[in-house]
Design a protein. Structure first.
Length: 330
């Protein structure tokens, strides 16, 4: 930033590490005494301009603008406007529209193509009036310097970042991760188009048309139809029918019991009794827990604990005492 400081009888203008003592300049020559205020104004305007447009960089931009107006634009008018004016626009190029440096900045891609064609001597085409070597060099040097200046001016700026929708694959997998079920909500969606880069996640190609919005609404209704409400939460099912939801729960229950029951749905007491006898000494010495025995023998820990408590209960009924006696005898 530029700062104008008035110190009693001294006037100083400052910008970062640059300091100009205006009063000292004035005292250097009697010829400046009559224009003190004019000098202060000029210095102030200069430093304000440097602050507003980026200091020395702004001076470079001003220089580029002057060269463009005085030399570059006349050359373009001489050698290019016959084919690339606003009226003709061969190959879609309208060079006439660039009447100032600000307008040149709006067509950076065009200028990149222009300098490439000038370097390759593709333009002007054969049979047309050709610039001299010095004129061609002036054009290419100016464009290169202008593009370099623009790159420096926008260093670190990624440009506008547009918000895009998820492509079909991203949307499908997001729904799958959220619901735990692959419902394939995009099976009725139109295929994603690849942009010029060849990628399916390019922002420019991921627009939402009215027709696609209706597809999203239909997909949302389909997903909601698979929601199964539980007493304290909800889950999602592969089916949208309540009968299937009931059968899914029954299958889970049967699978749970099938691990510890016979085909007739009975508890295999022989396996549990055998496990207690096989690991009796370890259990009594507390070298192993009932849970570890159940895991090792593929038994239900809950049932094994209940059976062990029954077999080792000193206050058991007469019937149970008979069973305990036979068990200990084994």
């Amino acid at each position: 930033m530029s700062t104008l400081v008035v110190q009693r009888d001294r006037v100083v203008t400052e910008r970062n590490d640059i300091r100009v003592d205006v009063t000292a300049i004035q005292k250097c020559s009697p010829l400046l005494s009559f224009s003190r205020h004019l000098l202060i104004a000029r210095v102030f305007v200069l430093f304000s301009l440097m602050s507003f447009t980026g200091g020395l960089s702004s001076l470079k931009a001003v220089e580029l603008g002057v060269v463009f107006a005085d030399k570059v634009r006349p050359l373009l008018a001489t050698y290019c406007l016959e084919c690339h004016s606003t009226k003709v626009q061969k190959a879609g190029f309208d060079i006439e529209q660039f009447s100032s440096l600000d307008e040149v900045r709006t067509g950076l891609e065009s200028w990149q193509e222009i300098v490439e064609m000038l370097d390759n001597k593709e333009m002007p085409p054969k049979g047309k009036l050709q610039p001299t070597i010095e004129e061609r060099r002036l054009l290419t040097d100016w464009i290169d310097e202008f593009l370099r200046e623009e790159a420096d001016r926008h260093a670190g700026d990624p440009g506008p970042v547009a918000v895009r929708r998820l492509n079909n694959a991203e949307y499908r997998y997001t729904v799958r991760d959220l619901t735990g079920v692959d419902l394939q909500p995009t099976r009725e969606f139109p295929a994603d188009g690849a942009a010029g880069e060849g990628f399916l996640n390019a922002t420019d190609s991921l627009a939402i048309s009215p027709g696609l919005m209706n597809k999203y609404l239909d997909a949302s209704k389909m997903i909601a139809a698979h929601a199964v409400f539980l007493p304290d939460s909800f889950r999602f099912s592969e089916s949208a029918f309540q009968e299937d939801w009931v059968n899914e729960v029954l299958d889970e229950i049967l699978k749970l019991y099938a691990r510890h029951l016979t085909e007739l749905g009975e508890i295999p007491l022989e396996r549990y009794l055998l496990a207690t006898m096989t690991h009796f000494e370890e259990l009594v010495a507390e070298n192993i827990s009932l849970a570890q025995v159940a895991e090792r023998e593929n038994l239900s820990a809950k049932y094994l604990v209940s059976l062990w408590q029954l077999l080792t209960d000193d206050g058991a009924s007469v019937v149970v005492q008979e069973i305990q006696t036979d068990w200990k005898a084994c």
